[in-house]
Design a protein around this ligand. Sequence first.
Ligand code: AMP
Length: 445
Amino acid sequence: MCAIVGVFGNSEASRVAYYALFAMQHRGQEATGISSSDGVKITTVKKRGLVTDVFDEPTLSKLIGDMAIGHNRYSTAGSESILDAQPVFAAYQLGEISIAHNGNLVNKNEVRSRLIEEGAIFQSSMDTENIIHLIARSQKERLQDRIIEALEVIKGAYCLCIQSRTKMFAIRDKYGVRPFSLGRLKDGGYIVSSETCAFDLVGAEFVRDIKPGEMIIFEKDSNEYKSIQLFEPDPHICAFEYIYFARPDSDIEGKNVYATRKEMGKALAREHKVDADLVIPVPDSGVSAALGYAQESGIPFEMGIVRNHYVGRTFIEPTQKRRDMKVKLKLSPIGSLLKGKRIVVIDDSIVRGTTAKRIIRILKEAGVSEVHMRIASPTIEHPCKYGIDTPSYKELISANYSISEVEDYIEADSLDFLSVDALKESLGNDTNYSLVSFDGNYFIK
Ligand code: AMP
């Protein structure tokens, strides 16, 4: 997951990057960082914690220059150490370089072993460091060619922002797994960012999505950017970005995330009808789909569960015990609204089954007469290797149990999931999507 941002040609570059990272805090809360360049040197600040905890006025004042790249980290590869925070900075033969990466490289272990055999020393467990080493060891004269050489070695899902002292490169893998968009800043320069929700906050106008397989180059003293199509596009846009991960106000590949989630909810109502008194969402992840379900089914929508916003996302916590506790701290039912009612509860997905089980328990404790759980995505039967943090087969409940077994486990009166075909239809069926979590088609070989 993670979020990346790059800002070029703006006198407030590090501040723009800061606001963009703030808008994309949902993509990673473990660590954050910004590297800026004034054309002479690169300065980096990165730390564990939220964007607003790590950066303050004095810190941002140190990040001088009219270009900056930034990163929010959600650990999918690598450990939780501070050494794994990004951007990753290095001094090498051509000067200084800093990289921010979103995605997951599938051949990282092979590449790393080979580099170690050849004498490379690694500081972190991140796959991003492979890219730095490949660039540093390349014999090519220009940074651009060194990057291209490195990209020919790495395989996987990646969006990259690479900054030298005078240039910035924005690159999206040929599958376009993770989102990456280009915007023009109203007060000068450009921004590239994982999600378009960052654009509104910083006063940027959407230009276009970066194409799968494309490299965009920004150079000092040039107002225009260059584009090189490095690899033939083979689109596999991550469906999970639409289902859960991206913010509802973001547009990915021209499609608004909120609108697609509502479509999924409508499709779910058509596929899995139920007689009930109320539709309620699991807040916040099920809200858009529940609205769609209610509109399509004609069953009234109510916010029957209240969320305490001072608790972070439950999934973020590393141990099962803490996760269970956090669901309880986070969500509580409105008893007077729900008592004696037949309820359809909508969530976007079931991963381990923890949230669904807990929610059904609190609804039953609140006195509902029936709970029908409807999930606005298909059963997750395979771990994602391309940057979404879904756990191993062992922990994925739908990889191990049938729908009726999961229904028993979560103690629902009924349980149903959106079909893969209905998901594709809700997304518009106009491009190819990465559906690995659902169909196990690991397309990056
Ligand atoms: P679980 O409780 O393990 O079944 O996880 C399902 C809940 O976590 C749902 O409410 C989802 O909105 C949320 N969720 C699904 N996928 C992810 C993810 N990759 N990271 C964080 N949260 C997730």
